[in-house]
Design a protein around this ligand. Structure first.
Ligand code: TRP
Ligand code: ZN
Length: 474
């Protein structure tokens, strides 16, 4: 992927090379350029190529595993961090970037050697002592500290490390992972995680996957979490607060860990009690639950204004209602296990999770998904619902808006009506099963739907996800 911009701080290297080239005859210059460390093809790109977030992610390597060791002081809001990432070079690399915004980097090593580094906006530019061969496995250690600050997204919402009155609400969609750890911040690069967090005694630090252990000494408690199945960086959390914790294992071996802010406990209790049955119902509809752990983090963070489907354990800014729990749980299949390839395809996450709410209502004594569709279709052509095509939000500022959620779900109801229930539910299961722990694109979903139904669905998808404005018939 190519670099979409030229930063002033990058110029000195380029100028120096040009000066050398200008001083020697042309043929020799060509040789020098080819041998130069900055020659084309050996510098990892600053972005993963996503048109909505051009600097998100990086090129030239693929992370396999992150080991994060964090210490957070809830009083001073100071974070001490060490990130060790294991990656594989997908090209020869004389230099590569990690994404990191804010914080002070105190050291970077690649393999056993100290590496040179500099900061350039949200890019941490690393120059290892020795170039990395294509295909080489390598390990990068970054030590850093400071006061993490959330990012403000194009739509004005906060994401990343968001301080609360008793800790931090940590949710990284779409960009915020880089506010608390350096990495490859795009869903195309999924990895396993070990997250170890130390907080003052009396607070809990809740992350993804299974809790391996917890130890208190000298007034501080360390929590060790392991997320085994591949995870996109934005789905990582390390939410800190004064939580009431409940842990149990379901009869089929699912490890459940719920953490609830006491201020939300009364409202949250009846909804959280339903989590095992919601996951069981979703498993019966979408196929096996894709992870070994589950749970919820119910914080009291009114300034946030949204919940996030953090992998295995969604994080809620307040006690969720049942629909929200169903929605974030459905994301474990659609969005978490089957990840986006590009943010433009966000309807594959939000349209599906919204449709799961409609289905849950339908199958639990409420109105049918068709009725929900009909009520939405009745909205006038001027309504926001029709403002843009779900599969084309235009840019990163509209990815969490009504056309993505509600009209995305309407497209699935249209698909269901066109192919019939047995084929439709077969498509949902084949999508979740076939792309489990991986990625999907809108084009792949359309192809799968056409293959399993034997129908040409081009016009249907064109109308319902590809075209702005209210379709002329429901
Ligand atoms: N993906 C979240 C959900 O639907 C919503 C979300 C994440 C969000 N970040 C956001 C919504 C920022 C608005 C603004 O469950
Ligand atoms: Zn959602």
């Amino acid at each position: 992927m190519t670099l979409p911009r030229q930063q002033p701080s990058r110029r000195p290297t380029v100028l120096r090379r040009e000066a050398v080239v200008a001083a020697v005859p042309v043929a020799v210059a060509a040789l020098l350029v080819a041998a130069s460390p900055a020659a084309a093809g050996t510098v990892g790109a600053a972005g993963a190529g996503d048109p909505y977030f051009t600097l998100a992610g990086n090129g030239g390597y693929d992370v396999r595993h992150y080991a994060l060791t964090l210490g957070y002081d809830t009083g001073t809001r100071h974070l001490d961090g060490k990130t060790v990432l294991t990656a594989r070079a997908t090209q020869r690399l004389t230099r590569f970037d990690l994404d990191l915004k804010g914080l002070k980097v105190t050291g970077v090593t690649v393999g056993h050697h100290k590496a040179a580094f500099r900061r350039d906006g949200q890019e941490l530019v690393v120059t290892p002592r020795h170039a990395l061969r294509k295909g080489q496995e390598f390990r990068v250690t970054v030590t850093y500290r400071g006061t993490p600050k959330p990012v403000t997204d194009p739509d004005g919402s906060l994401d990343g490390w968001i301080p609360t009155d008793d800790g931090a609400f940590v949710a990284g969609e779409p960009q915020g992972a880089m506010t608390w750890f350096p990495g490859n911040n795009h869903p195309t690069d999924k990895a396993s995680y070990d997250i170890t967090i130390t907080v003052p005694e009396g607070r809990a630090a809740v992350s993804n996957g299974v809790l391996l252990g917890q130890r208190t000494s000298h007034g501080r408690t360390t929590f060790r979490w392991r997320q085994t199945e591949p995870m996109a960086a934005y789905l990582a959390t390390a939410t800190v607060g004064k939580f009431k914790v409940e842990q149990f294992t379901t009869p089929d071996g699912l490890r459940v860990y719920n953490a609830v802010d006491p201020r939300e406990a009364t409202a949250a209790a009846p909804v959280l009690k339903k989590l095992p049955s919601v996951l069981a119902w979703e498993s019966s509809v979408f196929g096996p639950y894709p992870f070994r752990a589950a749970g919820s983090i119910v914080d009291h963070a009114p300034q946030v204004g949204y919940a996030l489907e953090t992998q295995t354990r969604p994080v809620y800014d307040r006690a969720p209602d049942l629909s929200t729990l169903v929605h974030e749980s459905a994301h474990q299949w659609f969005g978490d296990s089957v990840s986006l390839t590009t943010w433009k395809d966000i309807w594959l996450n939000e349209g599906f999770a919204t449709y799961a709410e409609w289905l849950y209502t339908e199958q639990h004594g409420g109105k049918s998904a068709q009725k929900t569709f009909d009520a939405l279709y009745a909205r006038p052509a001027s309504d926001d619902l029709w403002a843009f095509a779900p599969a084309d939000p235009g840019d990163g500022s509209h990815i969490f808006e009504t056309p993505v959620y509600a009209r995305g779900a309407m497209a699935l109801q249209k698909l269901r009506a066109a192919v019939g229930d047995p084929v439709f539910f077969g498509i949902l299961r084949a999508w979740a099963g076939g792309h489990r722990d991986g990625h999907g694109t809108t084009a792949q979903f359309i192809r799968l739907s056409e293959r399993l139904s034997g129908k040409d669905l081009g016009a249907l998808f064109h109308t319902w996800i590809g075209t702005a404005g209210k379709p002329s018939s429901p």
